[in-house]
Design a binder for this molecule. Structure first.
Ligand code: TYM
Length: 350
């Protein structure tokens, strides 16, 4: 399988122990026994994921296919309740969470080897892994890492141990067939904002005599408003494209994106665009897998041979073609039964 452009274009820009984890993947105890698994997650705070959220999921899907690993996906309905006051109960909450899970399934994860779990449902299975983690994390380390204050609710102080627990296969006694003698290395694809959770986890791991999780960090997809803004659903005003936008909406939103092209058409022709700050060009960096096309735009736009309107339209086409078209086709087919299957507690190694 060819290397993903996320690796060659600096979208994946740092890691912790990823090389070690690849050695683990290659080291088989016996056929059918896995030495590593993938772990990623989502905090279901709004009805629809934006296309920034898509990046770690696309990376995870690539790694699942390339490395043939089992995958666990944590849905942190508890986190959103504690940090953002988003309800975890009631019909509306059920709908939001179920739709988020359907959106995730539609990335095409392997139904046999993928387990999706919602914290408020799966807590009992993880609790024996959470307890030693809670004992290893001090109030002051959590407070300093996440900028909490004494007036924050105590759930916020406890939550990091809940996001840490899936880093250890003991949290999946029935799902990963955990045994103490054969620990599995956890590999986490995520954007850089999630790293603080795993810094705490990695420092707890040796004290718990466990393998520390490995991480692959992606950059943040910028908001349409510009690179100094992050694309985030709690900052809609900065410009967000959601997975459920229509082609027309994607096009319209991208046309308003912050441009690195200077002033008039004439000026753009002579001085070219500043690609580093141009949002549409950055979208091509993230989403256009066609190396020749990407190189052509970099050259032409950077030297005035293309204007920002053309690049914005190309970025919209790219998002529609490579992020949305196949995803939409799969999403239409995802049923409540699929959600039931992906979330059922079962051995995903057989
Ligand atoms: P959440 O729902 O905020 O984000 C889901 C995933 O999307 C990444 N992300 C982005 N990536 C690129 N560009 C952006 N603009 C952007 N915005 C968000 C996040 O880094 C994340 O990978 N606490 C987590 C849920 C979680 C989790 C995990 C995530 C639980 N366990 C393990 C990753 C790995 C959260 O609220 O994610």
């Amino acid at each position: 399988m060819p290397i993903h452009h996320f690796f060659t274009r600096g979208v994946v820009f740092s890691h912790r122990d990823f090389v070690k984890s690849l050695d683990d993947v290659e080291r088989h105890f016996e056929p059918g026994h896995y030495t590593a698994y993938l772990y990623t997650g989502r905090g279901p705070s709004s009805g629809s994921m934006h296309i920034g959220h898509v990046i770690p999921f696309l990376l995870t899907k690539y790694l699942q296919d390339a490395l043939g690993l089992p995958l666990v996906i944590q849905i942190t309905d508890d986190e959103k309740f504690l940090f953002r006051d988003v309800p975890f109960e009631g019909q509306k909450a059920e709908e939001v969470i179920s739709n988020n899970i359907k959106d995730i399934i539609a990335f095409g994860f392997n139904p046999r080897t993928t387990f999706i779990f919602r914290n408020t449902d799966y807590m009992g299975e993880m609790y024996k892994t959470i307890l030693p983690l809670q004992r290893c994390m001090t109030g002051s380390s959590v407070k300093n890492t996440f900028g909490l204050t004494d007036s924050d609710n105590i759930g916020k102080f406890a939550f990091p141990a809940t996001q840490a627990a899936p880093c250890f296969s003991s949290a999946f006694a029935r799902v990963l067939n955990h045994s103490k003698e054969r620990p599995m290395r956890c590999i986490i694809p995520c954007a850089i904002d999630q790293d603080p959770f795993f810094v705490l986890t990695r420092s707890a791991a040796p004290r718990m005599k466990r393998l520390p999780p490995a991480l692959l960090h992606t950059k943040f997809l910028p908001a349409l408003k510009g690179l100094t803004h992050k694309m985030s659903s709690s900052a809609e005003q900065n410009g967000v494209i959601t997975l459920h936008d229509t082609d027309r909406q994607v096009q319209k939103k991208l046309r308003k994106a912050f441009s690195g092209g200077s002033g008039t058409l004439e000026e753009m022709r002579t001085s070219g665009a500043n690609l580093d700050v141009d949002v549409a060009f950055q979208f091509l960096r993230f989403f256009c897998p066609d190396e020749a096309l990407f190189a052509h735009v970099a050259q032409a736009y950077g030297t005035g041979g293309m204007n920002s309107g053309e690049v914005k339209d190309l970025a919209a086409e790219t998002v529609i073609k490579y992020v949305m078209t196949e995803w939409r086709a799969r999403r239409e087919k995802v049923t409540d039964e699929d959600v039931e299957h992906f979330t059922s507690i079962r051995n995903i190694l057989i």
